[in-house]
Structures are given as C-alpha cells and as structure tokens.
Design a protein around this ligand. Structure first.
Ligand code: SF4
Length: 399
C-alpha cells in the first residue's frame, strides 16, 4: 500500500502494479483538475521531503499553471541544491530499426515501408567512436523489437563490444526478464530505460496493436526487474499525447518514480517527459500537451521528487530546451540522430521520429555554459579490474 504521502510501506505490496491499483486515483485526479489556489499555496509551502501525492496533484492543476513562475523558481532552487549547476549529457545510438511490433505512433512500426537497417559490429563501433569524438561518454542504445535480429544475445554482444571504449552504456529496447537484465548488466550495461508510453491500460491497448509490446503488465514491471538485476539507473516515462489527460499520466509517473525510489533505493531513478514528434507513422496526437503545461509538469516532478533525474531529449526545440534546462532538467541529449547509422551516414535508414533541437553537441554545451551550467560528459564508469581489486581489499575485513 502507498500512504497518503505516496511512500510505499514494505508489506504487503509486491510490485508497482499493486501500488498503482491501490492509489486513490479518482481523488487525486479531482485535485489535479480542480485544485484550489489554497492547495497550490500549501503544496509550494510544504518542505520537499513532506510533499504528498495530493500536493503533486495540486501542482499540476490549472490553478498552479497560473503560478508557473513561482513553480519554476522553486523547482530551479531545489534542482541546484540537489544537483548543482550541472547537466548530464548523453546520446542515443540506434542499433536497428527492424521491428515486429505495431505501435501506431512510431516510425519503425512493422507495417511501414521504411528503409530498415541493423548495424554490424563495425558500424556500431564507428557510430560510438563518432559520439566519443563529440565528447559523449554516456550512450543510450536503442533498437526496435525484433527477437531474431536484435534479441538479448545481439544486445549482449554489442554491449560487450562497446564497453571496452564507452564508460557508461544504457539501453532503451524491448523489456526483458530479470535474468536477461542480469546478463546485460554483466556485459557492461549500467542503465535501463523503459517508457510505459501510457499508464492507461485502455489507451495502451488502442495504440499497441500487435507484437510483444502489447503486454501492458510485463512492461509496467520492467523497471523493477532491471533494478533487481543490479542496474545502477532505471528510467521511466510516458509518451505525452497518447492519453488525452496529461495530468493522469503525470500522477502515474510520479507514483511510479516514488515507488521505485523507495523500494529500490540503491538504484538511481530518472523520469522523462517526451512528447510525440512527427514520424513515418503520420500519427497526430489528439490532445497534445502545450509548452507551458510541459514546463509545469517538470516543475511538479522536481518538487515531489527532489533527487530524481529528469531527462529532456532533442525532441524539443532549442529555445524551449534552454528554458527548461533552468527549471529542473538534469539529463539532456544533444545532436541526436534517431536512425541506425545516422551519425556517420545520415539518412541511409529511416528515423524513428524527427528531432527538433538540431544543434550540435558543441553548440548545446556552449548554450549550457552561457546559462551557467556545466555539461557533465562522464559521471560514472564501470570500475576497472584494478579498482575492483582495490575496493575488495578495502572491504575484506568488514563483517
Ligand atoms: S515504439 Fe518500439 S516496439 Fe513500437 S513500433 Fe516503435 S520500435 Fe517498434
């Protein structure tokens, strides 16, 4: 069970699915849509550690939207207090756009007549080295869902290959079992990103028409399996615009993040707020979230989750990103290509979606410096055998 503050008691809840089912969603949604100015005042005046999901609901309400400058200031101060003036830089590297699944919003969906490609080991290294030359030390590997072409063994081999040169490797691919995540962690993967896309089961069923991704619950519990497998970081998020009510998605995401942070406290949790972008799918969101609401959502997430990383990709245009960097974002991509092989040989394969911030990594880094932020390219690396041996020696006499 989660208490009124959204903290999770050790028993008897086993998974986030249980905590989510026990959530008083009707009440929280009522607050999220009709929270009063007084509720917003209370939420803003409450110390971060004491904020509840009810406070979060008030912070995403239309009444809080009227106070966006106050939210932004509080979110900025809390972010700087917890993270300093830093931005963790990462880059996506698409290994393949082959996919056997039909997600109606995605440019890689099975039926689409697009140019498909899967990178060979040599081309994978070429792409990674291009990114390393731009300064990146943290790379996010992506594939579609194709069991035969990009299954767990394919990923394990690619991760092992890259881990010799890339300090930090994350994956955003289909979801795996705990044992499979353990295999990938042993190969050198340290982070897993699983966007639920939408937390609303009905909408989920309507936009995932065929393929393995149709299994809502299997996906929902993916981040927990990854955390149990020893991943250093797990990332979650919702693809905003799939479900008509972004506030409902916000409540689900916030609850999910808090569950993971409480239950898997050794694992760093990041939350992402991607919006749907144009792609070969031609999908148009019926109820897109506007820019102000997106900023409000980031502020509310920060005010509820002071220690969560918040990720903003190059889906968003440069001017909006520069503004959002100052109100709560801690992780940013730059210079991204969303097609396999796109860094060395752009446009040979079809991209997953159009990026909006077309600046190079150096240009994004220069903007961050001008805003007073330090781009952090490397903040973690798998320890070398010599470091492991030293640490083992230090700890050998401990009980
Ligand atoms: S979102 Fe992923 S699983 Fe769905 S069609 Fe795109 S690549 Fe395939």
């Amino acid at each position: 069970m989660s208490d009124e503050r959204g903290f999770v008691s050790p028993e008897p809840v086993e998974t986030f699915a249980d905590a989510f089912a026990a959530l008083p969603m009707g009440n929280l949604l009522g607050l999220a849509h009709e929270g009063s100015p007084g509720a917003v005042d209370r939420a803003l005046g409450t110390p971060p550690i004491e904020r509840t999901l009810a406070d979060f609901a008030a912070l995403v309400s239309p009444a809080a939207g009227e106070r966006l400058e106050d939210l932004a200031e509080a979110s900025h101060e809390l972010t700087v207090a917890r993270f300093g003036r830093t931005m963790h830089m990462y880059a996506p590297l698409y290994l393949s756009n082959e996919c056997l699944t039909t997600c109606v919003y995605c440019g890689f969906a099975r039926e689409l007549p697009i140019a498909r490609a899967t990178l060979t080991p040599e081309r994978t290294l070429e792409e990674a080295r291009w990114l390393l030359r731009q300064g990146f030390r943290s790379i996010l590997l992506l594939t579609g869902e194709h069991e035969r072409l990009t299954g767990v063994e394919f990923l394990r081999e690619r991760i092992e290959l890259l881990a010799r040169e890339v300090p930090s490797i994350a994956i955003e691919v289909q979801v795996w079992s705990e044992d499979e995540y353990r295999r990938l962690a042993r190969a050198g993967c340290d982070a897993v990103v699983v966007y639920q896309e939408t937390y609303d089961p009905e909408t989920y069923g309507a936009v995932h028409l065929a393929g393995r991704k149709r299994r809502y619950l299997w996906r929902l519990l993916g981040p927990e399996r990854a955390a149990r497998a020893g991943m250093r970081r797990v990332g979650i998020g919702a693809l905003l615009g799939l479900h008509h009510d972004w506030r409902a998605e916000a409540l689900a995401m916030a609850t999910h993040a808090r569950f993971l942070m409480t239950r898997y406290w050794r694992t760093q949790v990041t939350v992402s707020v991607p919006r749907i972008r144009p792609s070969a799918s031609g999908f148009q969101p019926r109820d897109p979230i506007d820019d102000r609401s997106l900023v409000q959502l980031v502020c509310a997430l920060r005010l509820l989750l002071p220690d969560a990383g918040i990720v903003l990709s190059s889906r968003e245009p440069a001017a909006l990103r520069d503004g959002m960097f100052r109100v709560g974002i801690t992780h940013a991509s730059a210079g991204s290509h969303t097609e396999p092989g796109g860094y060395e040989r752009p446009h040979e394969a079809t991209e997953q979606f159009e990026v909006a911030d077309l600046r190079s990594p150096a240009e994004v880094a220069a903007s961050l410096l001008a805003l007073g932020y330090e781009p952090v390219w490397e903040d973690w690396a798998i320890p070398s055998p010599a470091t492991e041996a030293m640490l083992a020696g230090l700890h050998k006499d401990r009980p």
